[in-house]
Design a protein around this ligand. Structure first.
Ligand SMILES: NC(=O)c1ccc[n+]([C@@H]2O[C@H](COP(=O)([O-])OP(=O)(O)OC[C@H]3O[C@@H](n4cnc5c(N)ncnc54)[C@H](O)[C@@H]3O)[C@@H](O)[C@H]2O)c1
Ligand SMILES: [Zn+2]
Ligand SMILES: [Zn+2]
Length: 435
């Protein structure tokens, strides 16, 4: 791991469950990353969260992280953010306080926080669809996924890029950690690893043998989708991106890589698969898909027109494809198009890249005429987090290798900008809220 600034390793050392609660000494004000507007986030001092419902817990966050989903929201390509919302949906910490109805946890316990919020008792939660919980979203049972630090439609709930966070339905939304699992490991499970596992799961890789899996996008979630695909029994994984450092990581994980700034990805995929295409594809790019900036695909100037309407729709919500920082993607449906075109006939497309409700472009004709099966959605984090905690404890996964940066909270805005600019080596940023 590359350390940007002197890390305070001690503050990140596993805290044993017997650590006494610090309720008495808790500060009343905390630092948090706050959304003020599109392309405008700030490190503010805000009041500490407090228990609102007897099912809540307050967690002192010892590790957080910046996700590609946070970028969509700051870029404006995932609209609906409310000014004042604390950002972030990845967190590990120590329980400070529990409400009177939380019967399975106690202050002092180390926990990882699954990104999406579930009630644990509705029919969806009982079936494992925790990201479609009927109860957790205050906007009602049809509003969709509830998660921390998201747009109005998702709650909104204050997020986890803060010193403290309120966790609703804490009995199900906190997963205790074994002392031997480090914060560096656990922070990867909160969202990126569990989403990668979810993507590989809904791509239905396990059914049958000899599966060739295409992973579109080699950000942190894409890299965990590669690992998830191997875990589910893939025989070959092909990964597409344009950033050489991320493609190098994908190659280290055993994927056959294609740089879409250097070659036509569809032709390269066909060549690698005997003209057939992959059996499974996982889109891990989402709405901020970018057009090639060079190479043979750059000549497709007409594509700019093709995406004009999609880009205009994003612009209406405040996104700007030409902004100096936090520029939105200029080809929102491109990854979905490439994945659908590349897939073998009767293949399966899993979509875990995030698209806003206003996005309605998808190559349905191509998919229909190839008998493509599609599955998609927000990860049902809870189930995968629990599974992955056990896998990491047994030594079956070393998720911390995907982390590339450890940044103190004092540098968080600069860290966001550098991650957004996709500077070389900036694959996944872990945040230390206490530093
Ligand atoms: N479904 C869920 O529950 C869930 C959870 C977490 C993240 N996500 C989503 O997963 C996606 C990836 O997250 P991340 O943190 O890895 O983001 P990221 O921004 O770090 O990675 C996206 C990658 O896609 C690449 N890319 C851009 N245009 C492309 C194109 N045309 N073809 C192929 N690759 C292209 C980028 O270069 C980048 O490496 C985001 O959309 C994020 O919102 C979904
Ligand atoms: Zn995320
Ligand atoms: Zn529920």
């Amino acid at each position: 791991m590359q350390w940007h600034s002197p890390p305070c390793l001690l503050s990140l050392a596993p805290v044993h469950q017997s650590e006494p609660p610090r309720i008495a000494t808790r500060i009343q004000q905390m630092r948090a990353v706050v959304f003020h507007g599109i392309r405008d986030i700030r490190l503010d001092t805000v009041p500490d969260p407090t228990i609102k419902n007897p099912t809540d817990a307050i967690v002192r966050i010892t590790s957080s992280a910046i996700c590609g989903t946070d970028l969509h929201m700051i870029r404006g390509s995932m609209p609906g953010m409310v000014e004042g919302t604390v950002m972030g949906h990845e967190g590990v910490g120590v329980i400070e306080e529990v409400g009177s109805s939380v019967r399975n946890l106690r202050p002092g316990q180390r926990v990882v926080i699954p990104s999406t919020i579930a009630c644990g008792h509705c029919s969806y939660c009982r079936d494992g669809y925790t990201a479609q919980c009927d109860e957790a979203n205050p906007n009602g049972h049809l509003a969709g996924t509830a998660f921390y630090g998201g747009p109005q439609q998702t709650g909104p709930f204050d997020g986890l890029q803060a010193e403290y966070a309120r966790i609703p339905h804490a009995n199900v939304n906190l997963v205790p950690l074994h002392p031997e699992i480090t914060d560096h490991q656990a922070i990867c499970l909160s969202d990126i690893a569990s989403t990668g596992w979810f993507g590989a799961d809904i791509a239905d890789i396990e059914a049958g043998r000899g599966k060739t899996v295409l992973v579109m996008g080699c950000g942190p979630v894409g890299l965990f989708s590669i690992l998830g695909a191997w875990h589910k029994g893939a025989q070959r994984v092909i990964a597409v991106d344009r950033l050489p450092d991320r493609l190098d990581k994908a190659r280290e994980l055993g994927a056959e890589t294609i740089n879409f700034d250097e070659e036509n990805p569809i032709e390269a995929i066909r060549e690698l698969t005997g003209g057939i295409g992959p059996d499974r594809a996982i889109d891990v790019v989402g709405v901020d898909a970018f057009m090639p900036t060079k190479g043979p695909m750059r000549v497709l100037e007409k594509r700019a027109e093709q995406y004009a309407e999609q880009v205009e729709r994003l612009a209406e919500a405040g996104a700007d494809t030409n902004a100096a920082h936090f520029a939105a993607g200029d080809a929102p449906s491109l990854s979905l198009e490439w994945a659908t075109e590349a897939l073998a006939k009767a293949g399966t497309l899993a979509i875990i890249g995030v698209y806003p409700q206003s996005h309605n472009a998808f190559p349905i004709g191509t998919a229909m005429n190839k008998n493509i099966t599609m599955r998609m959605g927000n990860a049902n984090h809870k189930k995968y987090v629990q599974e992955l905690v056990e896998l990491v404890r047994r030594g079956g996964l070393k998720p911390e290798h995907i982390l590339s940066q450890m940044e103190p909270m004092t540098d968080v805005i600069a860290a966001y900008e550098t991650f957004d600019a996709q500077n070389k080596g900036w694959v996944k940023v872990e945040l230390n809220p206490a530093a």
